[in-house]
Design a protein around this ligand. Structure first.
Ligand code: HSE
Length: 444
């Protein structure tokens, strides 16, 4: 039976999961593939830890570059994460014509445009299903299952840590800091939790989804990114009173014809989602990606976005796709769908819509002095900037003589809203800053 030989870089959580499947699920994989996938080498800085696996027959090493370049490795699996040295290992492997599979969203979001042509030039495949949505095969769905559609929007809960934190804060009225600690103890958070809670991990994933949806070059640096670290249990409760749940969403939309947009809107921020929307039901550390297309209408993909077994499931599916087209007589990577869903020639630079031109409905939370004329002063500034209000809620006065006021606006251009807010924050009767949350409604 023809076999494909795998070298694994990184035996951390996901690497251990991938090794577990390759070592323990051989028979099932061979029955599906008609080929054998054999783990021949694995590299990690710490080889002393017991991973509960029998690595006999596998060459273990602390030299990842040696495994990435080894003559007996056909396919390199990069599970080290981060930008460097992961990028260098992948570049070396692709340059030698080895196929690469990675779960590294940071690498693809930042360096994908360097890696795709390198793979093509060397007749190598580059798989990255696990980079977005962990175990959810959402990239395959977008690239292949929805290929007949012009995509009209992408919405995702793409970070399990943030979803876990927001869910717990809502259910238990708990504080942000304590719940973050719990998420870290459960192993959901990235090594640097800033990537999770400040929305960067979600932005990496959204940049990949948006580029794949519209045949665009990846523009991670353009994604408007705001995290959840400033959200309080009181904001979550206030949103609930108005019928909304706060979720960290990645949102991408085309401007102009969806089949060939002139610009793409890409934003990551805490978002008021109606409690009865499908995506608002996605709780705890689960992820979901909602993709809408002009023929299919709304679709949603749900599952575990992180963790050893779900993420390993997506990594091995990529390995199997590549193994399937690697015939005994030679590889045929051109039989695989293009990695970003469009031919290399069709992919183009599509400008990102400036955030100032994005149109949203907004939730504003202000702390104001409880004095005559304060609300009138605030609403007159909003009117100057052509911002119309849908609702205003004022809570009882606290001991400090200031009161929280929550306002919901109708659809407004972000640039107008920001101009109004900078005037409102300079009013002497408005204390602290103004919390701005954007609201999103869904077709499903
Ligand atoms: N830290 C990420 C999350 C894991 O919490 O979803 C995978 O990107």
């Amino acid at each position: 039976m023809h076999e494909i030989r795998v070298g694994l870089l990184g035996l951390g959580t996901i690497g251990t999961g991938v090794a577990r499947i390759l070592l323990e699920q051989q028979e099932l994989m061979s029955r599906r593939l008609g080929k054998r996938v054999r783990l021949v080498a694995a590299a990690d800085r710490d080889l002393s830890r017991d991973r509960g696996l029998d690595f006999s027959g596998v060459r273990l090493s602390d030299d990842a570059m040696a495994v990435a370049c080894a003559d007996d490795v056909d396919l390199v699996v990069e599970l080290i994460g981060g930008y460097e040295p992961a990028r260098s290992f992948v570049v070396e492997a692709l340059s030698r014509g080895k196929h690469v599979v990675t779960a590294n969203k940071a690498l693809i979001a930042k360096h994908g445009e360097e890696l795709f042509p390198l793979a093509t030039a060397n007749d190598a495949a580059l798989g990255f299903e696990a980079a977005v949505g962990g175990g959810i095969p959402c990239l395959k769905a977008l690239r292949e299952g929805l290929a007949a559609n012009a995509i009209t929007s992408v919405h995702g809960i793409l970070n399990g840590t943030c979803n876990f934190i927001l869910t717990k804060m809502e259910r238990e009225g708990a504080d942000y800091a304590g719940v973050l600690r719990e998420a870290q103890e459960l192993g959901y958070a990235e090594a640097d939790p800033t990537f999770d809670v400040e929305g960067i991990d979600t932005a990496h994933k959204l940049a990949i989804l948006a580029a794949m949806a519209w045949g665009a070059k990846i523009r991670f640096e353009d994604v408007y990114t705001e995290g959840i670290s400033h959200i309080t249990a009181a904001d979550i409760a206030a949103a609930a009173e108005l019928g909304y749940r706060i979720k960290l969403l990645g949102i991408a939309k085309p401007h102009g014809a969806p089949a060939g947009p002139e610009a793409i809107e890409m934003r990551v921020h805490p978002t008021l989602t109606p409690v009865d929307a499908q995506i608002a039901q996605v709780s705890d550390s689960y992820n979901a990606v909602m993709i809408s297309g002009d023929f299919v209408e709304h679709t949603m993909y749900f599952g575990r976005g992180a963790g050893e077994r779900p993420t390993a499931s997506a990594v091995v599916a990529d390995i199997m796709d590549i193994a399937r087209v690697c015939a005994a007589g030679g590889d045929a990577v051109e039989q695989l769908p293009p990695p970003m869903g469009f031919t290399a020639e069709a992919r183009r630079e599509i400008p990102t819509l400036p955030m100032a031109d994005v149109v949203c409905e907004y939730y504003l939370r202000l702390m104001v002095r409880d004095e005559p004329g304060v609300i009138a002063a605030v609403t007159s500034i909003l009117a100057d900037h052509r911002i119309s209000l849908e609702a205003v809620v004022q809570k009882e006065r606290s001991a400090a003589r200031s009161v929280p006021v929550v306002m919901l606006t109708h659809e407004t251009r972000e640039g107008n809203l920001q101009a109004a807010i900078s005037r409102i924050t300079s009013l002497p009767s408005v204390e602290d800053g103004v919390l701005i949350l954007r609201k999103e409604t869904f077709g499903a």
